[in-house]
Design a protein around this ligand. Sequence first.
Ligand code: ZN
Length: 453
Amino acid sequence: MQIHAQSVLLGNDWANDVRVTVQDGKIASIDTGVGRKAEDLGVDCLLPALANLHSHSFQRAMAGMTETRVTGKDSFWSWRSLMYRFLDHLTPEQVEAIAALVFMEMQETGYASVGEFHYLHHQPGGAAYSKLSEMSQRIFAAATTTGIGLTHLPVLYTYGGVNQEPLAGGQLRFGNDVERFLRLVEECRHNLSALPDDARIGIAPHSLRATSPGDLTQTLANAPDGPVHIHVSEQLQEVAEVSTKLGQRPVEWLLSNVDVNARWCLIHATHMTKVETIAMAESGAVAGLCPITEANLGDGAFNGPTYLQHSGNFGLGSDSNVRISLTEELRVLEYSQRLRDMQRNVLAVDGGSTGAALYCGAARGGAQALNRDAGAISIGKLADLVAVDRTHPTLSALSDAQVLDGLCFAASDQVITDTWSAGRHMVREGQHIARAQITARYSKAIHSLLECL
Ligand code: ZN
């Protein structure tokens, strides 16, 4: 496939009148100043598409259901109780239908790939399905339907709290000891071979609340490569519990007890001291930031300036999927910092365009976290691409140097016209090519789910 673009972001620079040739899912050549040939697909502005590094797709079905104040002080923990009610009923068919809708929405907003942090493994009550990886295979089916680039992250979830309490209620569907978890990962790895070869697998110890130091060490010893994701420091209550139990704050403990390096992605590195922030930046790990969800749950704001001044890697995730919007995710990230610091352009720590710092930083970090050779338009990289309509009124007055600022701060997702996931051209003229079928199946699934709640 040949794509001709009026403008293309190549590294940090813009080029005009460019043909990008895609072969076997990768960028095979980039030619500038060649004019558009009849066989080229013409687009306006071509960017590297971002990876969405953190998603729990089934939570999309709860969006809008937890925004009513029911107690004196509503919190993350009241949100979690509704999630557990959902868990009493969700079937594999429903999980697949919801995931397909979510992945489609991600592609329509400009994400080429997703890291599915997958912890819903078993039947209500905790019995395993006849196929241990049944639920993971439903996620694979949704990835196949949508064509999104999948990095599957099966979750190790063993305990109901930092003191190794037994699992109860909805949590029983998550539970595995290390031995069964490793079997599950192996089964997933085997079944993943049915997906295109850009699909990846990693592991995700859920949090320091849901695993133990010994189990974590044993799991890591059996998973020598691939991404490792963990929820790390989302809530102050979690920081207090871990500090009491392990004698160190969560990020502090992880950095001093485990070899945290570039294969790691620390989700919700929200509550960190300055020392933790610098040490994490220097570890080479990726900070998995989920600005819309973190705002929705009232988590707190990430220490962006210190982290970026020390060249920390970061990427974006839509986490609870309460709202799937790449442009909004980018702007909530920067606005959370502006409101706290009472300054503007906080995350452009090296000066220059804030939009470029956010977009290009998230493209690099997201690709690293999902183990995808993507995040930039250059020869040999995966063709994770997104096309933007710069003739749209929100962008039409902007120069090349301003267009990412327009995307981050002014535009809606309506400016996205096309998305390719490893060369798979799934979004055309702003719509996913299987939208009607995916939406109909979702409607049916959500209807049957709501009847049970
Ligand atoms: Zn999460």
